[in-house]
Design a protein around this ligand. Structure first.
Ligand code: UGA
Length: 434
């Protein structure tokens, strides 16, 4: 198959490299010349474990290439994926489809022969219909089918998720697309990954419903965690106790500082807006959004309480800034609201993150340090915000020696009280009485 990936951001690049690895011939297109030039030189603009090696292997094998020229690539393609960004529209929270529609028009003008156009970007219900309309209007002679094929990969585990998905969802409105999509995903199909064909609108909604459900699940356990603290229960044991019920499932039941990232906050908001537009509000999701927003600031207040109720002039050390480990992504990271709350209360904040500091510098003004110990030098509180592996085995004796007061707030429950307290710390975690 000759595949073109329009948009070489996170999803486009990972999907493009993985499709090439399946044996397809893939061209990744992006308007950003510097990005394409860097990719040609083997420089990957994002941090994703294993992606650099995958790109290198497939470029060397002649299956993967990069260009800024959309038209010649699309003219030769059997399948064109749209994997451009759909950020939240400023003001109203709807997904901004400007890039998707612009790409559709360009694709329409360039396509030759029967072409399957696939939206991989997360797009609201009905976007496929609009893409189809734009293509038909821009090129009345075009022979094409528009397909929805949402992506479910997680940052930090993207390649694994792509190659071993729980399922592949394909929404079609033209049967001619089915054999083409079967061929695109043949290696996974052979690996027994279920491929679920639905209508296009259904497929578009599945993506939002999946992310909203996961966001709701996290928010549920976060509220239970707050209750645990009040009643003297342990949220990790509650998670295990309910998660072993196969109907509930153990995943996405880790209580923490609230979900962040480029997907859950944006997608829950867009789903709530769409539902309002159709006068069928999704109140569980609206509430989830509100609870999660509050939670991030509440975590800042939790740190202040741990410091004795006042952080004015005190130093707080933050371990981990990204929204989760194994990514350099800072978008909607809980660290942003936590740092802001602490600074508003007069704290001096120092922070360290293994991969996210370049991005964090654009978003917050704190003292960025070379390692967690430098951040903790003279600190009154240390806060573990993101559960990077390197924070799982901190030298607690060293930390105790260099800190001004030994207070440790563990917002990811990486440690247990009995591991930390013997080193002389006041230890605070999530959803427990410590
Ligand atoms: C999420 C979904 O998991 C993917 O399936 C989806 O494809 C992706 O969005 C997307 O729409 O593109 P991602 O945002 O990369 O993936 O990260 P997650 O691993 O889902 O984590 C999201 C947030 O939830 C993080 O802030 C994480 O710390 C938090 N989280 C996750 C918890 O607080 N507790 C949990 O138990 C799980």
């Amino acid at each position: 198959m000759r595949i073109v990936m329009v948009g070489s951001g996170y999803v486009g690049l990972v999907s493009g490299a993985c499709f090439a690895d399946f044996g397809h011939k893939v061209i990744c297109v992006d308007k950003a010349e510097e990005k394409i030039e860097a990719l040609r030189q083997g420089i990957i603009p994002i941090f994703e474990p294993g992606l650099d090696a995958l790109v290198e292997t497939n470029v060397k094998a002649g299956r993967l290439s990069f260009t800024t020229e959309l038209a010649p690539a699309v003219a030769e393609a059997d399948v064109v994926f749209i994997a451009v960004g759909t950020p939240s529209r400023r003001g109203d929270g709807h997904a901004d489809l400007g890039y998707v529609y612009a790409a559709s028009k360009e694709i329409a003008e360039a396509m030759k022969g029967f072409t399957v156009v696939v939206t991989k970007s997360t797009v609201p219900v009905g976007t496929g219909d609009e893409v189809e309309r734009i293509i038909r209007e821009s090129n009345p002679d075009a022979d094409f089918a528009v397909v929805s094929n949402p992506e479910f990969l997680r940052e930090g585990a993207a390649i694994e998720d792509f190659k071993r998905p729980d399922r592949i969802v394909v929404g079609i409105s033209d049967e001619r697309a089915r054999p083409v999509m079967n061929e695109v995903y043949r290696p996974l199909y052979l690996n027994q990954a279920p491929i679920l064909y639905t209508s296009r609108r259904t497929s578009e909604l599945i993506k939002y419903a999946a992310n909203a459900f996961l966001a709701m699940k996290i928010t549920f356990i976060n509220e239970i965690a707050d209750l645990c603290e009040r009643v003297g229960a342990d949220v990790q044991d509650v998670s295990r106790g309910i998660g072993l019920d196969g109907r509930i499932g153990s995943k996405f039941l880790h209580a923490g500082p609230g979900y962040g990232g480029s997907c859950f906050p944006k997608d829950t908001l867009a789903l709530a807006k769409t539902a309002q537009d159709y006068e069928s509000p999704v109140r569980l999701i609206e509430t989830t959004i509100a609870i999660n927003d509050n939670r991030k600031r509440a975590m800042g207040r939790k740190v202040i309480a741990a410091a004795g109720g006042d952080v004015r002039g005190k130093k707080v050390a933050i371990f981990g800034l990204t929204f989760k480990p194994n990514t350099d992504d800072m978008r909607d990271s809980p660290a942003i609201a936590i740092v802001q709350t602490l600074k508003d209360a007069g704290a001096i904040v120092a922070g360290y993150d293994p991969e996210g500091m370049d991005n964090a510098r654009q978003m917050m003004e704190i003292d960025f340090t070379a390692n967690p110990y430098e951040a903790a030098e003279g600190a009154d509180v240390a806060v573990l915000v993101t559960e990077w592996n390197e924070f799982r085995a901190l030298d607690l004796d060293r930390l105790k020696t260099i800190m001004n007061t030994p207070v440790f707030v563990d917002l990811r429950n990486v440690y247990r009280a009995h591991e930390v307290e013997p080193h002389g710390f006041a230890y605070h975690s999530i959803g427990k009485n410590s």
